[in-house]
Ligand binder design. Sequence first.
Ligand code: FMN
Ligand code: 7N5
Length: 356
Amino acid sequence: MTSLAELHDVARQRLAPEHYDYFAGGAGDEVALADNERSFRRLALLPRILPGSATRDLAVRLPGAEASMPVFVSPTAFHRLAHPDGELATARAVAAAGTVLIASMAATVAIGDMAAAAREVDPGATLWFQLYLQTDREVTDLLVRRAADAGCSALVVTVDSPVFGRHERDRRHGFTDLPDGLFAENMRDLPGGPRNIEMSPALSWADLDRLRESTSLPVLLKGVLHPEDAHLAVEHGMDGILVSNHGGRQLDAAPAPVDVLPRIVEVVGGRVPVLLDGGVRRGTDVAIALALGATAVGIGRPVLWGLAAAGESGVRQVLELLREEFDDALALCGGRRLADLTRDLVTVRGPEGGKW
Ligand SMILES: Cc1cc2nc3c(=O)[nH]c(=O)nc-3n(C[C@H](O)[C@H](O)[C@H](O)COP(=O)(O)O)c2cc1C
Ligand SMILES: CCCCC(=O)C(=O)O
């Protein structure tokens, strides 16, 4: 395979239509979904020349992690819909790539088993655990304890889902539940038995404060788009911000993350890392996001396409393609290290180019 788009095509052919649409789809008219990729293509990189070095360093330090490149895997649910090995295959592939896997709370493999699979490949593999705060605090506390016991080195709290997005493709298919035999394995053995994941608009910053006080793990907030919320996140002691519109699956009128990134980077002012996901499909997208101030970027769907196309090997291909493409983009921008990707390199395409 020569690009992520090719793996996407193979995945589309292999998956049952209702599962493909669950993965591919967004909310409402899928305006945000389409804009996520399109927004990267509205931007251009103004390359510098004659870097004076033939070596490049792609490694990046993140909360509780040293990643081999500034690309991590964003949390996506239900990997066993894509491949029988599910999250075990994903965990192995991401460990092999030496980057961070944010394990979804809605995984079809329990976090402890994912961590064990990753550590077989690399004892130093890094997993973070994505969490939807549950209104039953006992459940949240238990999930956090399990994540910590599994060796997760950070928590990523998703805050863009006070209610679940309206996914019209799923409604048309009548896809409302996992098939028999698949289960959100982290939701077993909880007080009162197995549970569904709850999304609640009753949650507030006070709940986040309580989580912050209950764990020594770094806590990152996923799904921040408003600069004022980025400011509040820092004030409330968060260790990082993930700028995201949930891959266009929640508020369909939400902006593309890359369009709000500069403002958030400005407000945060370097106090904590700012990460981004949504629409990253090329190494040049990674370079644009870093030039606009992101510390690293996440990919969601491309991992699912790799998994559906070829299991562990498919996910490895996705990560290695992005690594090669990003290295190429950095070289072509005249860069040697990530810090060489600076804001002045980004312009808007077209005759107004340069006016940003
Ligand atoms: C099928 C699917 C399932 C997802 N499940 C979760 C989840 O369980 N938790 C979460 O915080 N985000 C979830 N997301 C959002 C991703 O973490 C991420 O924000 C998004 O996919 C990034 O956009 P991209 O797919 O364009 O790379 C999911 C996204 C998709 C496509
Ligand atoms: C309860 C599962 C949540 C999955 C999710 O976040 C998504 O499909 O976007």
